[in-house]
Each structure stands twice: as C-alpha cells, then as structure tokens.
Ligand binder design. Structure first.
Ligand SMILES: [Fe+2]
Length: 309
C-alpha cells in the first residue's frame, strides 16, 4: 500500500490505492528547491503525480522536466522550436473513429532501448472536451500480488523486447493489438524502419526500482515477444497471463485531462495507456522524457548494491 508522507510546502492527495496522487500548492514555472524536493518524494511514493492549473511555456516545461534528471529525446523526433528536448504531440481534429495512434495500448515507453527512459511527463496545451484520457497501472503491485512460486520463476526469466511485437515483422501491423508503424509522422526511411524492427533488447523480467528498491514486473505489453532461451510459442502464454494480470482494475487509475494539467510518471514502475476516443477533436501536449539507465534484475541484488555505491 502507498503511504501518505508529511509535506510542508505541498498538499498530496492520493488518487488510487496503489498509485497516483494529485499535488497542490506548486507553481511549476517557479518551483523552488525545497518544494521540488517534496515533489520528488511524493513521486517516489505514488509513481504518478498530477498538477492542475499550470501555465507553462515550452521552455518552462523543459526546465521543469530537467529537474527530474538529464532529458533525452528520440533521435527521429524533432524537438519543439526553442527547446532541445520537448516533444510536441498534436492530434488534429481530422482523425476518425477507429484510427490508431501512439500509445493506444498498455505499454512502457522505449523498452527496446538498452537504457529505457525512467520518467516521462505530459503537459496539456489543449485537451478535447471529452475523451483522450490517460490510464496508468502499477507494476510494483502487479509483482507483489503474484504467488511466491511464480515470483520466483519470473525472477529467473529474461524478457526479449522487440518492436515487431507491436508492428509485425514488416512494420505493417496485423490483427488484434498490432498496428502499422506510423512512419508519416517522422518521415522514417526504409533503413530506419528495418533497423527499428530488427532490434531485440533483453531485460530481466523482474527488476529493482533504482530509487525505491521495490521489485517491478517489467513487462512492456506488445513489445514483449519471448523469454530468452524459449520460443515465442512457449513464452506467450505466460507473457499474456502477466500482461493481463497487470491490467487488473484495482491496479489502475485514469486521468481526465484539461488544459494546464501535468502528469509525470515512472516509466519503469507503471504501464500507461493513451485512450483514443476523441475523433473529430484536437489534442495538443508537450512531453519530456528522462534519460534511462540499464535495468538491474531482482535476481542480482549484489550487482545492484554495487552499482548504487
Ligand atoms: Fe507511451
């Protein structure tokens, strides 16, 4: 269970039993060191934090993000002019019901990187009057609620992450969760698409959180293709069980966006889901992401202690 700490500069209102809190009393454009230290503590306690009523320029958003760590940006995503690391997510009103978009499934961002982002943030510039919510699910409670024997089995497994799991071998998608790789947004070359699809990255299935030391069921949904040393056919039944387990309703929260609101989430300790149900309406967001590190498996606690020194 989450604990509600004591804070003198901010008010922290938990949203769900296992994750999520709304923070009041902070103007993110001018936040001082003492207030940010409390925000950071609330973030460690709740994994996802939200702020309302903010008014930020892209540069102020970038400065706020940089307080969480060194920012990174996907190489083929151009930053918003005037910034070096702010991504501009705009969905114009022309899109239709049933269209797919980024993030419209339970996932973690960029787990195919060797050093996946640890933190990500969104700021709402314009939100639709209905729809376009973002959902989050806790992967620490997902681990904690597995049977001890299954926890033990999972701790011995290494998961292979590959974009083919979401986009298919040829990048053209397929049935069910699979979808076509959205090349037009980034003018990806054929070589870049091939390189993206070919990359396989392995991470321990159970990792330790770099700040809290809690165990995380580190599963990235569609990107999780198989376990190291096993075939896809052998791996998928357990992957699908674990993926479904992570989506239990009590592990989730759902955020209804309005302009000027902010979410910052732990990209290791949570799955998130961008709900695509606002056809005919415009949505505009600023995003930042914090550079990642190499995930350490729960089975190698000694390595973790050494790395933390
Ligand atoms: Fe995402």
């Amino acid at each position: 269970m989450q604990t509600v700490g004591s804070y003198s500069r901010i008010q922290v209102k938990p949203i769900g039993g296992y994750l999520g809190a709304e923070i009041e009393g902070a103007d993110l454009a001018t936040v001082d060191d003492e207030t940010f230290a409390e925000i950071r503590r609330a973030f460690a306690d709740h994994s996802v934090i939200f702020f309302k009523g903010q008014s930020l320029t892209a540069q102020q958003w970038e400065s706020f993000g940089a307080r969480f760590g060194t920012l990174s940006i996907t190489s083929y995503v151009p930053p918003l002019p005037g910034t070096t690391h702010v991504q501009h997510f705009v969905r114009e009103a022309e899109h239709k019901w049933g269209d797919r978009n980024f993030g419209d499934n339970w996932h973690q961002d960029q787990t195919i990187r060797d050093r996946p982002n640890t933190i990500a943030g969104l700021y709402s510039v314009q939100s639709p009057p209905m729809g376009g919510d973002t959902m989050f699910s806790s992967l620490t409670i997902a681990y904690d609620t597995l049977s001890p024997r299954l926890q033990e089995i999972c701790e011995g497994l290494t998961l292979i992450h590959c974009a083919q799991g979401l986009y298919g071998a040829d990048g053209k998608g397929g049935r069910g969760v699979k979808k076509e790789i959205p090349r037009s947004k980034f003018t990806l070359t054929d070589d870049q698409v091939r390189e993206h699809l070919a990359k396989e990255t392995s991470h321990p299935l159970i990792i330790l959180h770099p700040v809290t030391g809690k165990k995380i069921l580190y599963i990235s949904g569609p990107y999780a293709t198989r376990f190291d040393g096993m075939t896809e056919d052998e791996s998928q039944p357990l992957i699908q069980y674990l993926y479904g387990h992570c989506q239990r309703a009590e592990f989730q929260i759902r955020w209804r966006w309005e302009e000027g609101q902010v979410a910052v989430w732990d990209n290791w300790a949570c799955l998130h889901f961008g709900v695509q149900d606002y056809a005919g309406m415009r949505r505009e967001m600023y995003r930042f992401e914090v550079e990642g590190e190499v995930p350490i498996g729960a089975a190698s606690r000694a390595d973790y202690a050494q790395a933390a020194e």
